[in-house]
Ligand binder design. Structure first.
Ligand SMILES: C[S@@+](CC[C@H](N)C(=O)[O-])C[C@H]1O[C@@H](n2cnc3c(N)ncnc32)[C@H](O)[C@@H]1O
Length: 286
């Protein structure tokens, strides 16, 4: 933690408190970002490799327990060596964006955007990363809940130039959409899930029909079944060639809060992330 991070984190912005698994997420992404930047930097044909953080946050968090400030994903990316060619940070929260702008002041290769990342990614950022112009990007999509549009994920997959880490917010889904009785779920929540998934086919993944005594009953499937159906969509619909098994991220009670997905057009990236995920999976079981 630099002195500057410590000083700026003392300002009045309400910072997020993060637990053990969020720190693991930050570690995983930093490790891969370093490997990615090294590989891209060494490839003479690549003209630019960018880092995109779509739900960037303030750039600093507070660790639960110790209450110490810890750098968030955008600041970690800025520390990667060799550096990325360009950085794009986006957040909806004006105060967080202001703090992030203070951190990156004077850095010409960083763009900070305030607003909903979905249209910003689709219309301003992703079109800048073109495969045929030999540009590539690593993009972190890390919402709290169902705030990511499938169109963004699809655009990244179809670009063949962009790799993503994606927070698959299974806790928001379970709390608000994937109820035992689907009839009771509000239309608004169903609409949120449709936008995240891209269509209504999540219902087939989340429920199975069984024959009751008098009627067919809809029964909920598991978190794993829903995540696997999404993994298949990343491959078959979005067009990512490689999507390893996602990493379940748990709270202190052991419940899965979200799955961390990685999706990539590159075999090498896939292999590196599988190795990183496996190391943390073993640690998580210990
Ligand atoms: C889980 S936090 C991000 C943490 C960050 N990736 C890190 O690891 O340091 C989610 C962030 O998304 C922001 N957010 C929520 N909805 C958004 C949207 N539609 N577009 C952009 N940012 C959004 C919130 O303000 C919050 O800062």
């Amino acid at each position: 933690m630099s002195k500057r991070t410590q000083e700026v984190s003392d300002v009045a912005v309400k910072l997020d408190e993060i637990g053990y698994w969020s720190e693991i997420k930050l570690d995983i992404i930093s490790k891969y970002a370093t490997a990615y930047s090294k590989i891209m930097n060494s490839q003479k044909s690549i003209r630019a490799h960018c880092y995109i953080d779509a739900f960037a946050g303030a750039g600093v968090h507070i660790t639960k327990g110790t209450q110490k400030p810890v750098p968030g994903s955008p600041l970690n990316a800025l520390m990667v060596e060799p550096p990325f060619t360009h950085y794009f940070f986006i957040d909806l929260d004006g105060e967080k964006v202001q703090l992030l702008r203070e951190f990156v002041a004077g850095r010409k290769n960083v763009g900070v955007y305030e607003g909903d990342c979905n249209p910003i990614l689709l219309h301003e950022v992703l079109p800048k990363v073109r495969y045929d112009e030999f540009k590539r990007a690593l993009c972190l999509l890390d919402p709290y809940g169902l705030h990511l549009d499938w169109d963004v994920v699809c655009a990244a997959g179809q670009s063949r130039a962009i790799e993503i880490f994606l927070n698959f917010p299974v806790m928001d889904m379970n709390m608000n959409v994937l109820w035992g009785d689907p009839e009771r779920v509000s239309k608004d929540q169903v609409a949120r899930m449709d936008v995240f998934w891209g269509d209504g086919s999540w219902k087939q993944a989340a429920y199975r029909k069984t024959q009751g005594l008098f009627d067919t009953i809809e029964e909920k499937t598991s978190n794993e079944a829903v995540a696997e159906a999404y993994r298949q969509r990343l491959i078959k619909v979005a067009g990512f060639r490689y999507v390893p098994q996602p990493m379940p991220m748990r709270n202190t009670k052991g419940a899965i809060v979200y799955y961390l997905f990685f999706a990539s057009p590159n075999k090498t990236g896939n292999k590196i992330v599988e190795d990183i995920f496996n190391k943390y999976r073993i640690r998580g079981m210990a």
